[in-house]
Write a protein that binds this ligand. Sequence first.
Ligand SMILES: NC(=O)c1ccc[n+]([C@@H]2O[C@H](COP(=O)([O-])OP(=O)(O)OC[C@H]3O[C@@H](n4cnc5c(N)ncnc54)[C@H](OP(=O)(O)O)[C@@H]3O)[C@@H](O)[C@H]2O)c1
Length: 387
Amino acid sequence: MPTSISTVISNALSERGPAITSPLASPLDRALELAEQALGGVAPRPPVGAVVVQGDAIVGEGSTEPRPGRHAERIALSTAGERSSGGTLYCSLEPHAFQGVAPPCTDAIIAAGISTVVSPLEDPNPSVSGNGFRQLKAAGIEVVRTALPEQLRRAELLAEGFAHHLKTHRPLVTLKLATTLDGKIATRTGESQWITNEASRFRVHEMRRRTDALITGIGTVLADHPRLTARDQHGTSIGRPLLRVVVDTRGRMPSDAPMLHEPGDILWVVAKDVEVTPPTNSVTVHHADLAEGRIDLTKLVELLGSRGLHNVMVEAGAELAGAFVDNGLIDKVAAFIAPKIIGDNGAPGPFSGTGASSLENALTLENVTHTVIDGDILVEGYVSKGG
Ligand SMILES: NC(=O)c1ccc[n+]([C@@H]2O[C@H](COP(=O)([O-])OP(=O)(O)OC[C@H]3O[C@@H](n4cnc5c(N)ncnc54)[C@H](OP(=O)(O)O)[C@@H]3O)[C@@H](O)[C@H]2O)c1
């Protein structure tokens, strides 16, 4: 009777090194899963997952650590140790080939004696783009670029914030919304908790875990007293502590705002001439330029880009969300639509900006996907920059 892959893996692991939970999916799927675990807080590094396979067994795994930590490939290789020799490395992104904060991963792969590298995606960074694969091939390592379309799509999605930042020097800005079927975010009396169901709200927490920062407006901080953290069903924090950005022209954030007492830094963005004292050590004040009397959002997004953030998510009320749309700063939308109708034209909608006066100028999404989450619908898409 053939030995099962889990037996092979556990036998191999018992020979040396710590036990690794063995995935039954393909090693490339596992590498993608490890990259997904790295998302959120590793920028300016791209999130990468790597797996070393010897025979049928996974003998090493790694995911990108935040600077100054190690790259995924080095972690996987060092866990595998001597078992890397003659093995196959699966990697969600092309291994980097230049001396940056971290030494080139290609050197470590060559030194470890890896014989095959499987990686679906070329690194969009011009300092790498193909050089990693070329160096490996020059050293006699077989490079396999084949992947299932779904695996390639996952790899591209993982690197999308990184690729966007390389091109624009800004983070990819995702606007998250939650509305009823009639496009309302609260009742006339301001009741908004909860529009969407529990499963959708956990999805939002998972999206927060994957982002580098959350941006909100002072209106939401004052109305909802949010914690703005990523949590699981039991209320336990997931992922790395999140950077929260509070857009607050006049410095009205109260010193007892619950978000101040959660783990993670807060960037308190106030007008240049507003004097405020950070209420806790986790708060940094940024004195911002104004545009039409309020925080200049374009400069704010540029500032976040200059700090190396790749993915940010706007979770704000109608005023700030509308201003982001009016300023053309949204790249991606994640709209949760609950099967409820408030049916009151006095109930607020998600945007209070100037908006578009013709359909031709309406913000339009492309590459749209729909996911049904226990009856809610999540519509995700990229803002068409063409029109
Ligand atoms: N359904 C959803 O997805 C969702 C998500 C979040 C919040 N909400 C709801 O939204 C409500 C709060 O909405 P809101 O509109 O009052 O709050 P908001 O959009 O979160 O914050 C608006 C405030 O941001 C400040 N701001 C600074 N610079 C700005 C700029 N350039 N443009 C626009 N605003 C700027 C303004 O105050 P200053 O001028 O003083 O700076 C403005 O009043 C809450 O009831 C909350 O429940 C819903």
